[in-house]
Design a protein around this ligand. Structure first.
Ligand code: 3PG
Length: 428
């Protein structure tokens, strides 16, 4: 069954469609997954392998269908401590797939191409971090990326492309948008499951819709807020973490000198005018009333107005206020932790927000690795009102009604390579 999308007028081919029309046995597949995982900055170890586990399903199925599979993923961003090679990912992926997966210390060079050419049916390799290639950092239209060296080098040694990386499909990068234009392409099982769940659960009618946004990706979150506001997709936005600090500065509130300096060092102060513009345009956004802070080695709870320490988590009054707002919601979307959750002293805010959301009457969509780990830790994973998404930024842009570039490219591809898949307004 091709994959239908709500609020959209296209069908995307799945692995079944690809196999039926073109045949997977004996073919070579470029499979883009997203196994970007939290990494311990000290040891380089992978802290949570949930994404690796999830994508094992697609890899296994392609191998069972007799394809040779060359797997692509990014990890971190150049210059960040989590920008590492994928050698360890390959070991974990092999473990979860239950088949050998060789790591190839190359992305688009001769070694990578030789290894792909030599792949037999049911064999897989994982190429190295796609972001080792400078083209992969550039955001451009699918048509341009279809002509990138990345695509020119790898497309000739494979037959098909499968995009299983829902969580990266908001990035218009070659490994996401370039290949579909030049070869028959399909969605993988993780992407398919995500799209089907979101189409079923999210009609856009659920009001009020509350978005709880934390985490460290402030530039991305601001962009997402601009989309959410432009599309009137959020009735209430509850902020935590650095996003909250940005909006507090934009509102003229005092966050303490040390925290201002941190915002400055991360380039976040430059975003204040954009944040202010959103507030002036009426974005219904709340900021915390208290924080858990660190003063030297001492953990304190400090109300807004007299913050002296470094902000590490939201405080109990904020949790209470946010939980009350969530009680009224019909849909709650949580993305990003409320504090520095790697440290158990600053995990409580996120734990209590997740618990309050799941115990409300709302349907809850949770995105991003850290919160997923908290859901499992609290034993809430099986709740019926909960969808745990693999996506963070991609999820929010999707919910804001934006067409993700990765899906756009697959749509263009389907029109070219699957003309028999009927395109038409979705009625499901
Ligand atoms: C994510 O974790 O949201 C995806 O892997 C995308 O990562 P990026 O924000 O570095 O593009």
């Amino acid at each position: 069954m091709p994959c239908k999308l709500r609020n959209s007028s296209f069908l995307l081919p799945t692995l079944d469609d690809l196999d039926e029309r073109y045949g997977l046995r004996g073919s070579k597949v470029l499979l883009r997954i997203d196994i970007n995982s939290p990494i311990d900055p000290e040891t380089g170890e992978i802290l949570d392998d949930a994404r690796i586990r999830a994508h094992a399903v697609t890899v296994r199925e392609l191998l069972e269908r007799g394809a040779g599979v060359a797997i692509l993923s990014h990890q971190g961003r150049p210059g960040e401590p989590d920008f590492v090679t994928l050698a360890r990912h390959a070991e974990l992926l092999a473990k979860h797939v239950g088949a050998p997966i060789d790591f190839v210390d190359d992305v688009i060079g001769p070694e990578a191409r030789r290894r792909i050419e030599r792949l037999g049916p049911g064999e897989a390799v994982l190429l190295d971090n796609t972001r080792l290639m400078s083209e992969e950092i550039i955001e451009a239209k699918p048509e341009r990326h279809a002509k990138s060296l990345f695509v020119q080098r790898l497309a000739p040694v494979a037959d098909y492309y499968v995009n299983d990386a829902f969580a990266t499909s908001h990035r218009s990068q070659p490994s996401i948008v370039g290949f579909p234009l030049v070869m028959p392409s399909a969605v993988g099982r993780v992407m398919e499951k995500e799209l089907r769940a979101l189409a079923r659960l999210y009609s856009g009618e659920e009001r009020p819709r509350v978005f709880v946004l934390g985490g460290g990706k402030v530039h991305d979150t601001l962009r997402i807020l601009e989309h959410l506001h432009a599309n009137k997709a959020a009735d209430r936005v509850l902020t935590a973490g650095l996003v909250a600090e940005l909006f507090m500065v934009a509102k003229g509130m005092d966050i303490g000198e040390a925290n201002r300096r941190i915002l400055e060092s991360k380039g976040i102060m430059a975003l204040v005018p954009r944040a202010r513009r959103l507030l002036l345009r009426g974005l219904p956004l709340e900021t915390p009333v208290d924080f858990v802070t660190l003063v030297g080695d001492e953990v304190r709870i400090e109300p807004v107005g007299s913050i002296t320490g470094i902000i590490r988590d939201i405080g109990p009054q904020t949790v209470k206020m946010y939980s009350e707002i969530m009680r009224e919601a019909r849909l709650i979307v949580l993305r990003g932790p409320a504090g520095v959750v790697e440290d158990p002293r600053f995990r409580e805010g996120s734990r209590r927000l997740v618990k309050a959301a799941v115990e409300s009457n709302a349907f809850v969509i949770i995105g991003g690795g850290h919160l997923n780990a908290i859901v499992s830790e609290l034993g809430l994973s099986d709740r019926e009102n909960l969808h745990i998404s693999t996506g963070g930024g991609a999820l929010l842009l999707f919910l804001a009604g934006e067409e993700l570039p990765g899906l756009t490219a697959l749509r263009i591809s389907a029109e070219k390579y699957f003309p028999s898949l009927k395109l038409g307004p979705q009625t499901e």
